[in-house]
Design a protein around this ligand. Structure first.
Ligand code: ZN
Length: 364
């Protein structure tokens, strides 16, 4: 998988490759961009290009082979969710005393250490940074460059302070990547010791072109919908769960219809019955609430004659009919009502009851 497989933000990718070509790659890079924009993918690609045993060039810039021992070992870390799940499982199987001492890492190559946020707090902890400090001053064993990738910007205070010490004097043969949705999530003192490089959200049309190649199983209407829902992030578009989204949206429409026009709520109650307690029900309810918000937003766009912003374009006709029934005030009140449902869920109020109350309460 060479650099040409990275979709979008060609200027940023070429800038990084240019720095590689001139051997002026910074010791620490803050790589920013929305969730799913490819920060992690790009960091791994740079790690391969730095350490490839049969380095290639393309378009006059450094690239990697994808087949040598270094490239293939680094590539094993590509499925980050799977690797992190394995690390969590491994820790769960430890003795109670060891469990507490063990921090999460993903390491598929001896010189490439990936540092994910450590559950249950999901933050980078000081012991994780200590591992970086303990190893970073040793020359790499099999690679040219030691690579550290922090996959999240949520640092515990002590961890951030320890990281600062490393950033003050990193060795020449190490590169640290800090991934963040916004650079502002990191301490200014960390940012000032790093170079910040940003991946921008892609335009809807570019995501549609990407999906036309990658998701031929979807028709053009479905691709248009996913492109609008992915918020400019290729990673989100690629892994979008269209089946789950469509199911949630179907239910969300019943809730809205029920709230806006039904005198009889039997359809609604049939649906809210299916929202049960437990983790699975929780996820399903979260998805429903998110979908309800996005439909309410679309209704606002339609009412303000900003139909170019509407995301659920494939059901625009139905949304127009709902928009005619709903006033601006009603939409605002409904959004407040949803926030109330969310608060209720945090207090573990029975989900189905909270949803029923929402739909019945928002009746015009
Ligand atoms: Zn290679």
């Amino acid at each position: 998988m060479p650099f040409s497989d990275f979709y979008g933000n060609a200027d940023v990718v070429n800038r990084l490759r240019g720095m590689l070509a001139h051997e002026r790659f910074p010791q620490a890079v803050v790589l920013t961009g929305p969730q799913g924009s490819g920060k992690y993918t790009l960091a791994l690609m740079v790690a391969k290009a730095m350490n490839c045993l049969a380095p290639k060039t393309s378009d006059g810039l450094p690239d990697f082979c994808g087949n040598c021992a270094n490239c293939t070992h680094i590539a094993l870390a590509e499925d980050l969710d799977a690797r992190v799940a394995e690390a969590i499982d491994a820790r769960e199987n430890l003795r109670e005393a060891d469990k507490k001492e063990t921090r999460l890492f993903v390491q598929t190559h001896p010189d490439v250490l990936i540092i994910p946020p450590d559950p249950p707090q999901l933050m980078i902890k000081v012991d994780q940074v200590r591992r970086v400090i303990d190893t970073i001053y040793f020359r790499p064993a099999e690679a040219k460059e030691r690579i550290y990738i922090f996959t999240d910007s949520a640092f515990m205070k002590e961890a951030a302070n320890s990281l600062l010490k490393v950033l003050e004097e990193p060795p020449d043969f190490a590169t640290i990547f800090l991934l963040a949705e916004n650079a502002g999530e990191l301490l200014p003192t960390i940012r000032s010791r790093s170079m910040t490089v940003g991946l921008a959200a892609l335009p809807v049309s570019e995501i549609e072109r990407f999906l036309a190649k990658q998701r031929t199983d979807w028709n053009s209407k479905q691709r248009a919908l996913v492109a609008r829902l992915s918020q400019g992030a290729v990673g989100r578009a690629r892994s979008f769960d269209l089946v789950a989204y469509t199911a949630a949206r179907q239910n969300a429409l019943v809730v809205l219809n029920s709230a806006l026009r039904a005198s009889d709520h039997s359809e609604l109650f049939k649906i809210t019955e299916t929202y049960r307690a437990g983790a699975e029900g929780r996820e399903k309810t979260d998805r429903l609430l998110r979908t309800l918000y996005s439909l309410l937003e679309d209704l606002l766009f339609l009412k303000s004659n900003k139909h170019e912003f509407v995301r659920n374009t494939d059901i625009e006709g139905e949304l127009r009919r709902l928009a005619e029934l709903a006033s601006f005030d009603w939409i605002t009140a409904a959004a407040d009502g949803l926030a109330e449902v969310e608060r209720g869920m945090r207090r573990n109020l029975l989900r189905s009851l909270a949803l029923d109350a929402f739909a019945v309460g928002e009746r015009r």
